[in-house]
Design a protein around this ligand. Structure first.
Ligand SMILES: [Fe+2]
Length: 102
């Protein structure tokens, strides 16, 4: 494999893995939000419909990326959410929030 092709292959693998992670976490978060809004604000039909549509879109996107990996015959990279913090000493540090192993 040429270096250019290897780079492109790796780039697609990284980008698709990040998208898969984002679509999954977005879908799951919106489903939790939808449940909460339905419970706490049952009369807000328009708001509930907007959240439900967004959750359905994210679910669809998640399965599109999942299908991409199935078609490619490879597993996605493990994606973790990392945040940059500035401690009391003013020095930046990375902090792990959570991760999913796909
Ligand atoms: Fe999406």
């Amino acid at each position: 494999m040429s270096p250019g092709r290897a780079f492109r292959d790796r780039f697609y693998h990284v980008v698709a893995s990040v998208y898969l992670y984002n679509e999954f976490t977005g879908w799951q978060g919106l489903e939790r939000l939808l449940d909460a809004v339905k419970t706490k604000m049952p009369g807000e039909h328009e708001f509930i419909a907007v959240i439900a549509k967004h959750a359905a879109d994210e679910r669809k996107h998640y399965f599109l990326f999942r299908k991409y990996f199935q078609k490619e015959g490879r597993m996605p990279l493990r994606v973790d959410l990392v945040a940059m913090d500035v401690g009391g000493d003013g020095r930046p540090s990375l902090r792990h929030h959570r991760g999913i192993g796909l």
